[in-house]
Design a protein around this ligand. Structure first.
Ligand code: URA
Length: 436
């Protein structure tokens, strides 16, 4: 078999056999197929698509490129959640402590920021000392001791995805339903979990802008998980505006601490409770979703989730003092407001552009080698439907260097659509549930 023939086959809308996909994935993972051939194949897939049978082969080939964790020696059910990515999307750091405090095990293997979206690992690294690079042995020990662990993809787990994901980020081949499904499910199925809750974002800040595409992606991921013997559900949730009030790294950790302490913005609280409830329910911890919601609320009101977060931080080498004193997180030197150019109502936001503005300030990567400034961030003051006066702040920029400030200000100001009347109906945060 030759990679060049398989690229031509996909370019001409052909269908790959399982052997052909195994050849491509294994060859690329082992360095036998170069980046330029894999990039060409990914672009052919992006344009021509892959069918369900090719998708099953691709997911399994990526899963089998590494090891599947055996968590049998850790008692109880193991449940995880994965989001397709958005702006201000920080629920993982709220759910993991809630669900672990409620008695399930959460072995969370997360990623870094991709494109305009933030990544859980980058957020965790704003906590001084926090180590996301535990060995698998250390990960097992942390899971045993506190029921939750938060690490990055190790060399053992779906190495094909790690390599392909980085190549996709650099070749504009991220936003493809089949490739996203294979990427997420190969990693998540390698975690050795019993159940998985997927948060599939839809809207201007999501990779899938149209709800029908998000639904199709959700259906494919649920189907893939169920075929592999897991309990899986997907929530289609709104990403037409940032989730919560903060986007960045330190400031998102501080917002998670607010929610764990019983505060925080309504949309973030609502989604966190709903996702936790599904995790409790699929993990057989509660008999119903309503009971799951009550348990999640109790873990917050009794302070157990907050304590769990502290414990998890200290076990992974971080300074748990940040939970009582978020000022210990990296802080930006300066801040400036972005004023509204006119009076009226916010009718829409270009949420992807808000994510790009954050990246411009150093809060995201342009190239995978770039480092992140954990202190910079955006604070949003207005949501869709809100009234705004001319000159009133739409957002506050927390920044360290003035070099790209004007560019970020321009992007943010241009991201808000302001009309004379509030647009009719407000879309619900949770649009649909797939696979319930
Ligand atoms: N998140 C992933 O893990 N993979 C993708 O392809 C997109 C989002």
């Amino acid at each position: 078999m030759r990679a060049v023939d398989l690229i031509r086959k996909k370019r001409d809308s052909g269908e790959h056999s399982r052997e052909e996909i195994d050849f491509l994935v294994s060859g690329y993972t082992h360095g036998e197929i170069p980046d330029y051939q894999m990039a060409a194949w990914l672009m052919a897939v992006w344009i021509r698509g892959i069918n369900r049978s090719e998708l099953a082969s691709l997911t399994e080939a990526m899963l089998c490129s590494g090891q599947v964790l055996n968590l049998a020696r850790i008692p109880g059910r193991k449940v995880d959640k994965h989001s397709t990515g958005g702006v201000g999307d920080k629920t993982s750091l709220i759910l993991a402590p809630i669900v672990a405090a409620g008695g399930l095990t959460v072995p969370m293997i997360s990623g870094r920021g991709l494109g305009h979206t933030g990544g859980t690992l980058d957020k965790l690294e704003s906590i001084p000392g926090f180590n996301v690079n535990l060995s698998l042995e250390e990960f097992f020990r942390v899971l045993h001791e506190c029921g939750m662990g938060l690490i990055g993809q190790t060399a053992e787990i779906a190495p094909a995805d790690k390599k392909i994901y980085a190549l996709r980020d650099a070749t504009s081949t991220v936003e493809n339903i089949g490739l996203i499904c294979a990427s997420i499910m190969s990693k998540k199925l390698a975690e050795g979990i019993d159940a998985l809750v997927l948060d599939v974002k839809t809207g201007s800040g999501a990779f899938m802008k149209r709800e029908e595409d998000s639904v199709l992606l959700a259906e494919l991921m649920v189907e893939t998980g169920v075929r592999m013997g897991k309990k899986v559900v997907a929530l289609i949730t709104d990403m037409n505006q940032p989730l919560g009030r903060m986007a960045g790294h330190s400031n998102e950790i501080a917002e998670c601490i607010d929610v764990l302490g019983g505060g925080g913005p309504a949309d973030l609280v609502e989604l966190s409770l709903e996702l936790s409830a599904w995790m409790f329910f699929l993990g057989d911890r509660t008999k119903s979703l309503d009971d799951g919601r009550l348990l999640a609320e109790a873990m917050i009101s009794t302070g157990q989730a907050r304590e769990k977060f502290k414990h998890a931080i200290s076990l992974q080498g971080g300074n748990e003092g940040i939970v009582d004193n978020p000022q210990l997180l990296p802080q930006a030197r300066s801040h400036v407001d972005v004023p509204s150019p006119s009076a009226g109502f916010i009718t829409a936001t270009n949420c992807e552009q808000l994510g790009t503005a954050l990246a411009t300030l150093g809060g995201g990567r342009e190239k995978k080698e770039d480092s992140i400034d954990h202190a910079v961030g955006l604070e949003f003051h207005k949501r869709i439907g809100d009234r705004v006066e001319k000159g009133e702040p739409l957002a506050t920029i927390h920044y360290n260097s003035g070099a790209k400030l004007a560019e970020a200000q321009r992007l943010i100001a241009a991201s808000y659509e302001i009309g004379e009347v509030a647009s009719g109906e407000r879309l619900p945060l949770i649009r649909r549930i797939i696979g319930a």
